[in-house]
Write a protein that binds this ligand. Structure first.
Ligand code: PPS
Length: 254
């Protein structure tokens, strides 16, 4: 899953307003509300104190990855609106943990090595499940409370790996799930060799190619093979359970 909340500044056809607001759900500041109007190509941004009113023909979206692992979130979101559709982007929990560590390392270069944070007792192979980088990847565990408040059909699980290898394919699933016209297709993307990721051919507004910023797609540190194997073994049963719960095999254990 993605790591943190923040502004989402893709300018895509069909998005008429980008709104950055405080959250009425958990009271956390700097939440992102996106309002989509399929009938307009205008993009504007504004900051407000309350959740924006959703007008006819609009869909309001909010992006806060930490909600997925926050105990109070399912009940509070359901109390706000039982019809809320939920989208969760998930990637291999081992890669996710390394990505999480890489992000922390970029801010605090003096932290201990990934290997030393991973284990409670390395010689006994005991993984430290209290380390958030490890804990967040236990997707099956985090999903359980959501399924007590929302039917599975109201949730969409997006593959982080497919989002890179086939962005249009994953976005087709997102558009279908939201009941939107399939506006975003293959022709909106190209693979940028320097960045090593797909980028937009034309960002709306500037009309120029647009890749995500420097904080997305950082090089990960090399991790000892044995540590990767131990982590894969650790996550395997949780991944299998997650595939069963969601009805999608994400292929992390292949
Ligand atoms: N098109 C494109 N360009 C760049 N990066 C891409 C793209 N698609 C997916 N990704 C993956 O997104 C990961 C970072 O997303 P996050 O939401 O976790 O970032 S953040 O925590 O909000 O900074 C980032 O993870 P890292 O590679 O570990 O940095 C990327 O793997």
């Amino acid at each position: 899953m993605l790591r943190k909340s923040g502004s989402w500044s893709y300018n895509l056809p069909g998005i008429s307003e980008l709104r950055l607001d405080a959250s009425p759900v958990l009271g956390v500041q700097k939440e992102t509300w996106l309002t989509l109007s399929p009938d307009s190509n205008m993009v504007s941004a504004s900051r407000r104190d309350l959740m924006p009113r959703t007008l006819e023909g609009q869909i309001t979206m909010e992006k806060t990855p930490s909600y997925f692992v926050t105990r109070e979130a399912p009940a509070r979101i359901s109390a706000m609106s039982k019809d809320t559709k939920l989208i969760v982007v998930v990637r291999d929990p081992v890669t996710r943990a390394i990505s999480d560590y890489t992000q922390t390392l970029s801010k605090r270069p003096d932290i201990p090595s990934f290997e030393s944070l991973t284990f409670r007792n390395r010689s006994a192979g005991l993984i430290d499940t209290s380390w958030s980088a490890i804990q967040i990847g236990l997707y099956a565990k985090h999903l359980e409370p959501w399924l007590r408040h929302f039917p599975l059909g109201q949730m969409l699980f997006v593959s982080g790996e497919r989002l890179v290898s086939d962005p249009a394919g994953e976005l087709r699933r997102v558009q279908d799930f939201l009941g939107l016209k399939r506006i975003i297709t293959d022709k909106h993307f190209y693979f940028n060799q320097t960045k090593g990721f797909p980028c937009l051919k034309k960002a709306e507004g500037s009309g120029k190619p647009h890749c995500l910023g420097k904080t997305k797609g950082r090089a990960h540190p090399a991790i000892a093979r044995e540590v990767l194997r131990q982590l894969r073994d650790f996550y395997r049963p949780f991944n299998r359970k997650f595939y069963q719960m969601t009805g999608r095999d994400f292929g992390w254990d292949g």
